[in-house]
Design a protein around this ligand. Sequence first.
Ligand code: XMP
Length: 506
Amino acid sequence: NVLILDFGSQYTQLIARRVRELNIFCEIFPYNHFPSDLSTYKAVILSGSPFSVRAEDAPHPDLSQIRGKMPLLAVCYGAQYLSHFCGGEVAPSDTREYGRANLSFIKSDDAFFKGVSENSQVWMSHSDTIKKLPTNGIRLASTHDVENAAYRIEGETTYAIQFHPEVYHSTDGKTMLENFLVNIAHVPQNFTPNAFVEEIVAELKQKVGDDKVVLGLSGGVDSTVAAVLLHKAIGKNLYCIFVNNGLLRKNEFESVLDQYKDMGLNVKGVDASKRFLDALAGIEEPELKRKAIGRVFIEVFDDEAHQIEDVKWLAQGTIYPDVIESVSVKGPSATIKSHHNVGGLPDYMKLKIVEPLRMLFKDEVRRVGATLGIDAALLGRHPFPGPGLSIRILGDITPEKVRILQDVDAVFIDGLKSWGLYDKVWQAGAILLPVNSVGVMGDERTYEKVVALRAVESTDGMTADWVHLPYDFLMKVSNDIINKVKGVNRVVYDISSKPPATIEWE
Ligand code: XMP
């Protein structure tokens, strides 16, 4: 188990990802709230930071329980911090030190550099530089511009590097992390999907006992994997509820419900389409749509959960990025869209919360899902927003508009699948625009709806770029949509990246 202390760097999550790729479990804690009991940790990594160590308000935590007492790897700001407070010197650098650099010297007999090539490319991102090493510091590497690119402290397993081993552009970064964690710190590599399943199932059994648990399934990867894990742990005491809000993809409610039943889950499908569409009638503003949907969802879910006698727990598919976000150094980032529309249940329900996936990243959830034998097609499904098609119908929502958009979306998504493009795209969908355009069909003038198609590549939805779908494919899909979907006479393709646009239009 590895502890990562976060000083607020944008790369901290990446460090965790890289460590876990080595099958080593790790947890991120903000530098000002780290656990008082460190006995379960085998090593500590200090992250980078946007701060300068010389600034008064910079993170300056007390590391006396860590440094020299257990293996420590300090990255970027962490390396400067150690130097600044342990007899070295940190000063503003004369040259800009951002981006690619190559190691011009490495102490190749040090275990840290085993298998690392002489000229290895590393990624720098800092404006201060370590002018003087801390007391007992031994220089381990330099680049052309950075003399103290890596050092260690004599007599300790304390290592420090100025560059970022976690980013893809540091070619041997993963090797160095492995050298440190496995060869130097001797951390066991036992965090595998199988091991996780075994451990979490035992933990869930212990935690929940014979209590009943209710869980809202959405058809997405996270809630499905959470449900299967719980099912494995407590069997029939897991009650799943799958709500049709009338804004799902075409035939999604029926087909996903069937799939869940095939998986042996005890699922109740609740068709509340009318209730949602009534609540949405006349609302045009995106945030008000989200709020209305969130509110009705809670009402419906609450009604259903009340019918389960003596239920004690609410299970949620929360994953690690949400957990980190809510405890991070910077706090939850400014709300651009209120994504977490299903904001919990009314207090009077008094359910205890269980979150089997709260320590996993998305790709780990998928791997756990595969280990559990969940169908690859289900695990590979594109993300789909909780408010569904409501935020892809710009302006007010009517049943007719939902019907049109469901049909358009189905042609597009089926097309992506049959052309073998679905898995190359991170997320795709259609948007119904609130404009009519003039067209001609046969000898008739038409005046009908315009739809936009959107397909993006991304890793986490935070940034995204539009996918260069083949022209032949776009031509075919556009033709099919206009010919098959009554009410649409024009198709456009969205070529905006995020930022500055967002993935959804609302
Ligand atoms: P944006 O539009 O912010 O979307 O670039 C990023 C990712 O989040 C999804 N999204 C939502 N998911 N409730 C959700 O559960 C929402 O209100 C919501 N809005 C956007 C979006 O589909 C994309 O995957």
